[in-house]
Design a protein around this ligand. Structure first.
Ligand code: GLN
Length: 483
């Protein structure tokens, strides 16, 4: 079977109709991984035995004539920040290099309950901190569209695996843009659901009030299918919302006319690459041709989003990462003489430079005397940003922006300049701060054939509308309507 362009529907019906088997599909993905991944570096761990077992289960169901569940037999892979029972889970960090969790995260078990077959765990920036996947303690990931460039981050492995046909779909996590930005750099679809839509139970925490789990996929429909499988209240995560989960796939083809889309001037200012600007403006034209009303809006506090994000995220990270002390999980230094030396040396050897930088920043922002000046102030800014969106969504149903100000940059280009790296998130962090959903879909290419991403943001818990817009745009784009 041609793994290129293989979507969930195509694979599932082939397995159901017995024109292939899930086991055969799994085998062909593993041979592709073996052949290609030495150049890309998307995978950290493979779990073939577990995969074949689940694939055989799905094949038996199909052979017995039973109808397969929505992801029955589909080969997928998981960002290595979600715990998988019995399968090493590293968070891209040396401190968890040999950590084998005793339980599985809710999102992953929901994927498996829906029939998905997990091929392995995907490389990422250490503790999901980064925008290029160069912060992985193991090795960087390369962009399958141009291997001299980064795949984006922190879910770089998740985006690259889909782009290089090394999984049908993958799960990533997004704290400041880490699903949408790599999706845009690699030319795939990336969906960040509303905060609370998907349980975070078993997700290794970076910044708890900002962390989201969501799919990276080849099509909007596949992303909708995965969201339907993983969304919904989970008693194991008190912040997961008890809000009904619609049938996203059934709503994809609802007509667009009447929908209002907002275009915020703050997302088209200085620093936006001219080819990205042109592609996104063309995409807005296409949506207008499809019947959407385009309305200029303003999100006036956007310029404060990066500083506010880097205070809130680092503050929460410094507290979440306190648990890695060499006692309970993972790496412990061998030759410490006292308890405090053991803590210090385990953390010093186990964490990489970016993680240490953030622990220091976050600890500083939370310390007595500075808390009001930094952390409290950042939380106030966060409220203002959320209000900007509330106001905008009184006038429009969705907001359309570029996903990232530039296409994929070269490996090493920003590695020694943390501030330049942080600016890669300028269009994505606002949605995390406000807790609203966002999707990135391909909308063009630069002259150098680098993918460009279009971001669509929606109201809280209204993933259905952004999926519908994205789906209509994707169809039009494939038919060449935007050219
Ligand atoms: N690039 C951002 C950061 O470094 C976002 C990371 C993420 O979304 N996990 O914090």
């Amino acid at each position: 079977m041609d793994l290129n362009h293989l979507t969930i529907d195509a694979a599932r019906s082939a397995i159901q109709e017995r024109s292939t088997t899930s086991v055969a599909l799994v085998e062909s993905f593993y041979s592709r991984i073996q052949k290609e991944d030495s150049q890309i570096g998307a995978y950290l761990t493979l779990c073939k035995e577990r995969a074949v077992e689940q694939a055989e289960r799905m094949d038996r169901m199909a052979a017995e004539g039973k109808s397969l569940p929505p992801l029955g037999g589909i080969p997928i892979a998981i960002k290595d920040v979600m715990c998988t029972r019995g399968v090493r889970t590293t968070a891209g960090s040396k401190i968890l290099e040999n950590f084998v969790p005793p339980f599985t995260s809710t999102a992953v078990s929901r994927m498996e309950n829906a029939g998905a077959v997990i091929l392995g765990k995907l490389n990422c920036d250490e503790f999901a901190m980064g925008s290029s996947t160069e912060n992985s303690a193991f090795h960087p990931v390369r962009n399958p569209r141009d291997t001299s460039r980064v795949p984006g981050g922190s879910s770089g492995g998740s985006a690259a695996a889909v782009a290089a046909d090394m999984a049908v779909v993958t799960l990533g996590s997004d704290t400041g843009g880490s699903i949408r930005q790599p999706a845009s750099f690699c030319g795939v679809v990336g969906l960040m659901p509303t905060y609370g839509r998907v349980s975070r139970y078993g997700l290794i925490a970076f910044a708890s009030s900002l962390d989201h789990i969501g799919p990276l996929a080849k099509s909007v429909k596949d992303a909708a299918t995965v969201l339907r499988a993983i969304a919904g209240r989970d008693p194991m995560d008190s912040t997961s919302a008890d809000v009904p989960v619609p049938d996203y796939v059934a709503e994809l083809d609802k007509p667009l006319p009447g929908l209002k889309i907002g275009v915020a001037k703050e997302y088209f200012g200085d620093g936006l690459d001219s080819e990205v600007r042109k592609a996104v403006e063309d995409a807005i034209q296409t949506l207008a041709k499809l019947g959407c009303e385009v309305i200029p809006i303003s999100l006036p506090h956007s310029e404060y989003a990066i500083p506010a994000y880097y205070i809130v995220a680092t503050a929460e990270a410094s507290s979440n990462l306190a648990r890695f002390d060499g006692v309970r999980y993972g790496y412990r230094t061998k030759n410490a003489r006292t308890l405090s030396e053991m803590y210090r040396r385990s953390r010093n050897d186990g964490f990489g430079a970016e993680v240490k930088r953030r622990i220091m920043l976050g600890t500083y922002a939370l310390s007595a005397g500075y808390y009001d000046a930094y952390y409290l102030k950042a939380q106030k800014v966060r409220t203002l940003i959320t209000r900007d969106f509330d106001e905008a969504f009184k006038k429009v149903d969705a907001i359309v922006t570029p996903t990232s100000p530039t296409p994929a940059f070269k490996l090493g280009e920003k590695a020694n300049d943390p501030l330049a790296m942080y600016l890669a998130d300028i269009y994505t962090v606002t949605a995390d701060l406000a807790g609203i959903p966002g999707i990135s879909i391909p909308c063009g290419e630069t002259r150098e054939k680098l993918p460009i991403g279009l971001q669509i943001l929606g109201r809280h818990f209204d993933e259905a509308t952004i999926l519908r817009l994205a789906h209509a745009y994707e169809k039009a784009w494939m038919n060449g309507a935007s050219s």
